[in-house]
Design a binder for this molecule. Structure first.
Ligand SMILES: Nc1ncnc2c1ncn2[C@@H]1O[C@H](COP(=O)(O)OP(=O)(O)O)[C@@H](O)[C@H]1O
Ligand SMILES: [Mg+2]
Length: 442
């Protein structure tokens, strides 16, 4: 599938089955990779047992019509691009290496990477070149991530689709856990590669809603859109089922099973809540996952969690209300710090850094400012005292571009428009009907 692909369009005479067929055609699953086979076989075949298959990360960047990353690296080297001159401001977030990887690269020992995806091997070869020693020296081990901020519609989600979905899997064979918000299906461009992780025993409903209202809306199966599905009982069980290099669209568990124990704070589902204050928001499920990743050592494989609307789960100066918000938010900063040492990265997206909790800001190192977004003030706790871009820097950027920066330097970046990988015009809306009934009854 490439960006030049012909789009199918339906006219007003189309019925429900035509719409459903349209969805299936537009989101045809990519089934030939190791990761696809792993889930198809219920995890009974290890990735190593399938030598002749490729990794998802070796084809997702092509799905977006992009060049392989090792070629991008050669290009930025040849042109002495800011990304090359200031590796800690961008490449450090994209290329994940352990200390043992760094050690092998310093010695020029590339055998260490011979079982990894070819796309990662090429990046490692480039990093091992003696003339790129400064770049290698700028790479931190462990997890890192970034925080993208702007008003809605400025490209945060689309950047994450490309950088986390395509580049992380290509470069690091990263496991990507993308928490879906139910407000929009943020991960649609990646759907042919996505495993939908569903909470066990919860009724999940997917509706295809065409933008053209002369077309019918139709209830669909998860696999009409997504490659495959899994069900999990709690955050630890989910981590146990993930495999390296795969992307998961994670539907939060509205019953928050396992979360109280992991986070040591209270979670109250819509079924248990006596009033709306007490009802725990779905975004808070992510606390359980981060604690599980920090404490349980189920997997240490490089993993990125994509957290959209992150301000909702990490509000500034939280109070200890009926939901123990303060305990959760302060506990997050600590768990995130621990998990980072275990190769866990978070990509946060939020509307405003000023309303985002400061103890978590203090743990962050890279910021992404979207077009038409004022540069945040260095007076905010956790941000560098002197932010390296001017106040109105982002006004020069267009859609599909952003500036990423750390305490010292900045780099302009761009990505292909991910919404052009499919021709379905409309939304896939996901809901939990039983939870909605419970919410009405509170
Ligand atoms: N590479 C690109 N080129 C042009 N437009 C883009 C590109 N990437 C995204 N867009 C457009 O930017 C808009 C906002 O994208 P989105 O990622 O949903 O923003 P946000 O997450 O900040 O709300 C969309 O209309 C999308 O089509
Ligand atoms: Mg968004």
């Amino acid at each position: 599938m490439s960006q030049t692909r012909q789009r199918t369009r339906l006219d007003g005479t189309a019925g429900k089955s035509d719409v459903r067929e349209w969805i299936r055609e537009e989101f045809q699953a990519h089934t030939s990779s190791k990761q696809a086979y792993y889930h198809d076989s219920g995890g009974s075949f290890g990735l190593d047992a399938q030598r002749n298959r490729h990794h998802d990360g070796e084809s997702i960047y092509q799905h977006f019509g992009a060049k392989p990353f090792w070629k991008v690296l050669e290009k930025i080297e040849a042109s002495n691009h800011p990304a090359y001159r200031y590796p800690s401001a961008y490449l450090n977030a994209l290329i994940h290496v352990s200390d043992a990887d760094i050690w092998a690269l310093e010695r020029g020992d590339l055998d260490r990477f011979s079982d990894e995806p070819e796309t990662r091997q090429r990046v490692m070869e480039w990093l091992a070149k003696p003339e790129n020693r400064d770049i290698l020296d700028a790479m931190d081990d462990g997890g890192i991530g970034w925080h993208a901020h702007s008003k809605p519609g400025k490209g945060k989600t689309s950047a994450a689709n490309f950088l986390c979905g395509a580049r992380m899997t290509e470069i690091n064979n990263e496991t990507v856990l993308w928490q879906l918000t139910l407000d929009e299906c943020e991960i649609l461009p990646l759907a042919p590669y996505v495993t939908l992780a569903m909470p066990a025993g919860v009724d999940v409903r997917l509706m295809a809603v065409p933008r053209d209202d002369s077309l019918p809306r139709v209830e669909i199966d998860p696999t009409d859109v997504f490659r495959d599905t899994l069900t999990y009982t709690d955050p630890v069980d989910l981590l146990e089922q993930t495999c390296p290099g795969a992307i998961y669209g994670v539907l939060p568990d509205p019953k928050f099973r396992g979360c109280e124990e992991l986070v040591e704070a209270s979670f109250t589902s819509a079924w248990q809540a006596e009033d709306t204050e007490e009802n725990t928001g779905l975004v808070e499920w992510m606390h359980g996952l981060v604690h599980a990743r920090a404490k349980k050592d189920v997997t240490l494989h490089p993993t990125t969690a994509v957290i959209d609307e992150a301000g909702d789960m990490l509000p500034i100066r939280p109070e200890n209300d009926a939901n123990d918000t303060k305990t959760k938010v302060k506990g997050f900063a600590e768990a995130y710090g621990k998990a980072r040492k275990k190769n866990f990265s978070c990509v946060f997206m939020s509307h405003s850094l000023t309303t985002f909790e400061e103890t978590v800001r203090e743990k962050e190192r890279l910021w992404m400012t979207m077009p038409e977004t004022p540069t945040p003030s260095g007076r905010l706790t956790g941000l560098p005292d002197s932010v390296p871009i001017k106040g109105n820097y982002a006004s020069r950027l267009s859609k599909g571009q952003a500036v990423i920066w750390n305490s010292m330097n900045f780099v302009d970046i761009q990505w292909p428009n991910p919404y052009r990988t499919y021709g379905f015009e409309g939304e896939i809306s996901i809901s939990y009907p039983e939870r909605e009934v419970a919410l009405r009854d509170i």
